[in-house]
Every structure is written in C-alpha cells, then in structure tokens.
Design a protein. Structure first.
Length: 302
C-alpha cells in the first residue's frame, strides 16, 4: 500500500471513529461547500434535472437541486463514518440501513442458481459493501457464505482513491480477505470462473457504459434515450439467475430502508435489454417520488 494511501486512510479512520451525530453536523457544511463555494457540477445537476423533469419550472428544479446537495453532503458524511465500522456490530446497532423485505431475497436465492441484484445511485450506495454480512435478518445471514455475496464497483480514475474506497466500502465485512469486491471490468471473467457456485451479485446498473462496450439499443429513462450497461443482465441470462431491483429510501435522518422487487425469477427467459427496460422503469418510479434522492452530479447522458 502506498504511503499516501496509508496516510489518507489512517486520517479517515480517526475521523470515522467519531459518533454519527458529529458526521451529520458536518454534512450541512459539506453540502454548502459543494453547492455554494465550489459550485461542484451545478450546471450538470441543473441540466440533468431540467431534462428529466420537463414539466417542472425553474423554481421547482432549484428546490430539488438544493435538497439534493444536502443529501449529497449526508452521503459523504455517512460514508466516512461507515469506514469506522470494522466491527459489523457498530453498523447493525446504528440501524442506519435495514432490509424491509429480506424474505424476497431469501426466496430468490433458495429457488434459483443465484441472484443478480440491480442497484442504482439512489439513497446511499456506498453502504452496500458486505450488505448481506451485516444484514439484521438471521435468514439472510445464514443462507450463504460471506464470499458468495459479490459487490461490483466501477473503478475510479485514481488507483490511490480506488484502494481507499475499497478499504472503506468493505469495512463492515468480517476479516480482511474478502474476495467479493469485484471491478465491473472483471465481472464477466469472475462470473465464468465461479459459475458452479451459487452467488448473489449486487451490481450498479444505472451508469454510463464503458467506451469500448458494444452499444445496445437505448432505453427510455427520465424522458431521454439512455445507453445501458448490460453486464449484470447478460450474466444473469447466461446463468438463469433470479433478477431483483433494489430500492433505497431515506426514511429519516440516520435511517434508510432497502426493499427488493422481482424483475424476473429466471433471466434466461428474457433478453438483457428487456431486463434493463424493467429496471429503468422501476428506477424512474422511485426518482419521480423522491427526486432529490438520486446522484444528479453524474454525467449520465452524454
């Protein structure tokens, strides 16, 4: 590990040991710095909102943007705190993130060769590392091994920050030899090498595809033609996996609920495009209900 990575991660570990209330107190300052001082991607946010909500006036869009930046500051604060959850009990006792219907995941895992969970950038996606390891549901915790829960990520441009985020995202996973944190560029190779194992994949499916990816037919999402990442859906189809959509809903400060909706019990009966059409339809419903609860700084449409 590089010296700079060690120093930065060590600093984050010190800060993360502070109570969650301290981090929430910092969240407002963080959001002000991003929105008003740095003006971080404000043009991108307003452009995305205007195109996604053509029926809303400028005042409504500004209100959504303002609340989004508050949410964004909260995400950063929670993510730093989460890095201190090296003992999974700290995270579980805080009850920051709970599964509303774990029985849906349990049934899908029991009745199929594996489960593909298509996730998005709603709620706080940074809390998902080792999701099934710190689940409060005994059924979820007992039906598969730690390394059979695969969390897929899209690499950052900086190798140093990639390593820092890997350590932070997997803080709640018991042990330091967790092998389930997989780059999206390696997911196909990994899935083929472990096809005999029954696994759960958690895949962020709402990102812009890689430049060298084969361009599929676009999907209509938030009133715009949208290019999709088909990796997760394609693997699910090849292996006949059950596919679930994951919803993140902030219920109150310090409390998210996550629920699962079945997209299909057997992905071999659908094309990857059909799976993604259903995924984006469910995601759009959630965004329209809570517009500020999505990552609007992301350059999703290019």
């Amino acid at each position: 590990m590089k010296i700079g990575v060690k120093l930065m991660y060590g600093f984050l570990r010190l800060v993360s040991a502070l109570p969650l209330g301290f981090h929430y107190a910092c969240a407002s300052f963080i959001s002000w710095v991003l929105r008003d001082l740095l003006r971080y991607r404000r043009d991108v946010v307003m452009t995305n909102l205007a195109r996604s909500f053509p029926d809303k006036n400028y005042g409504d869009l500004k209100q959504i943007a303002r609340r989004f930046y508050r949410h964004f500051g909260t995400i950063i604060a929670e993510t730093v705190w989460f890095g201190g959850c090296t003992n999974e009990e700290r995270f579980r006792k805080q009850r920051l993130f709970e599964l509303a219907n774990p029985e849906v995941l349990e049934e899908a895992f029991r009745n199929s060769p594996g489960v593909m969970i298509l996730d998005s950038h709603c709620g706080n996606w940074e809390l998902l590392g080792g999701l099934v390891c710190y689940s409060s549901s005994p059924a979820i915790r007992g039906c598969y091994a730690r390394d059979d829960a695969i969390v897929v990520y899209k690499p950052l441009s900086s190798d140093s920050w990639n390593e820092i985020m890997r350590l932070n995202r997997c803080a709640g996973v018991p042990g330091r030899d967790y092998k389930g944190y997989i780059s999206s560029r390696d997911i196909l190779r990994f899935a083929l090498s472990s096809k005999e194992r029954k696994q759960i994949y958690i895949v962020p499916a709402d990102q812009y595809p890689y430049r060298d990816a084969i361009a599929p037919d676009p999907v209509e999402f938030m009133h715009q033609p949208t290019q999709t990442m088909l990796g997760g859906a394609s693997i699910a189809r090849k292996r006949g996996m059950s596919v679930l959509y994951m919803n993140h809903l902030p219920v109150s400060k310090g409390h998210y609920t996550c629920s699962f909706t079945e997209i299909c019990p057997d992905a071999s009966r659908m094309t990857p495009h059909e799976i993604m059409v259903k995924f984006y339809s469910l995601l759009q419903q959630d965004i329209e209900e809570t517009p500020w609860n999505y990552l609007w700084t992301h350059k999703r449409w290019k």
